[in-house]
Design a protein. Structure first.
Lengths: 224, 224
């Protein structure tokens, strides 16, 4: 059974990706990164999702990016926007996907895995540069020059199966594969129990996705 | 004054790179990564070197790679080789430079720095894949697709000024720029005070470099 490292945030996208990787027959090693994000409900969700969808193992790597700051997700002084904005929003975390994929690359090499899955999406997304196809391709190319495994001929593939899907398509895909979205947390400022704010970018995209898919939204919203 | 992030391990190569970046007029932000390497004498050396060579700031980011293992530097069960070996040695740490450069990329973006310096070398080196020119170029290309800064037109350059230098040339370059090599630690298994074993790959390359440069070797070796 082929092994894959699956980046798992606890949100609906990466949960769907884990279900897709399992459906393709991969033995899945789920990796979450605690980078000092605003809330830890997301990591608790990742743990539930990894178990629910049959990951072989789930690891959380700690790396404190709050020292660098530069994002409303890692710097308490920068508020999470409540309204859509022009350009790349304040929730962008500098080099986040690059750091997370680098860690996935390290673990993949040790596991002799040649596949990494990530839930980035370039349709209904926040405009983050490290969610675009050209970025993912460039990372894969770099990774295939970076490792001993690659030098020895074991080519790494970075799978981004949601890249061209709308949020509604992601909802339908996850539903079809039995993902219980009630267990996932997308909100940038969920409370300790995982209840969502309903107004941040992540909440807006998620709500619209359920609505467009015609699927009941199981998200727990808190009273505001 | 242009800012640069300089990866600083505490060894002779990255110390020389810091001196070179300073000589080119950069305001230098030194970054060390505590990834669970065998000894911490290297990080203590990095701190001394950053101060000695006038870095604006020195940060140490903690990230525990011992959970992944796969290298004699991060797994106590794998011994550091005492003899030269064929191929890529056991001291190779999976994806290490990719992880460190990703962190440098994150900090550079927050600092509005467009330059990262790293002391990789493909001449007198241990054969690590992530020290080769093609790797560094691929990282730079990926980085220029990864960030908000890049999207906004601020191109990032990854400088690897030692890439084509022999160890003897590095010794001479550092000497010329006033690097006190006695403050640096290259050994893979230095003791707590920074004294070197004299027999690991890093020690062998370093000793040979001083000998070939005709420069006195100030390294403190321990009795074995």
């Amino acid at each position: 059974m082929k092994r894959a490292v699956v980046l798992l945030s606890g949100g609906m996208d990466s949960a769907t990706v884990l279900a897709m990787a399992r459906a393709q027959g991969y033995d899945c090693y789920a990796l979450s990164v605690d980078y000092g994000q605003r809330h830890h409900a997301e990591l608790a969700a990742a743990q539930r999702v990894a178990h629910m969808l049959g990951a072989h193992e789930h690891r959380v790597v700690n790396i404190d990016l709050t020292g660098f700051g530069g994002s409303s997700l890692t710097d308490q002084k920068i508020a999470v926007p409540q309204q859509p904005s022009e350009g790349i929003p304040l929730t962008y975390v500098p080099a986040r996907n690059t750091i997370m994929m680098s860690l996935a690359l390290a673990w993949a090499e040790v596991l002799h895995a040649q596949d990494i899955f990530i839930g980035v999406n370039a349709v209904d997304y926040s405009g983050y540069p490290d969610c675009r196809p050209a970025y993912v391709e460039a990372f894969e190319r770099m990774a295939n020059l970076a490792t001993k495994a690659a030098v020895e001929g074991h080519t790494l593939t970075v799978h981004a199966p949601l890249m061209n899907m709308s949020k509604a398509e992601i909802v339908r895909q996850g539903n079809m594969l039995g993902v219980d979205f009630a267990q996932t947390v997308s909100c940038y400022q969920a409370d300790e129990t995982g209840r969502a704010c309903g107004v941040c970018d992540a909440c807006r995209l998620r709500r619209a996705g359920f609505a467009a898919a015609g699927v009941d939204d199981p998200t727990m919203y808190r009273l505001t």
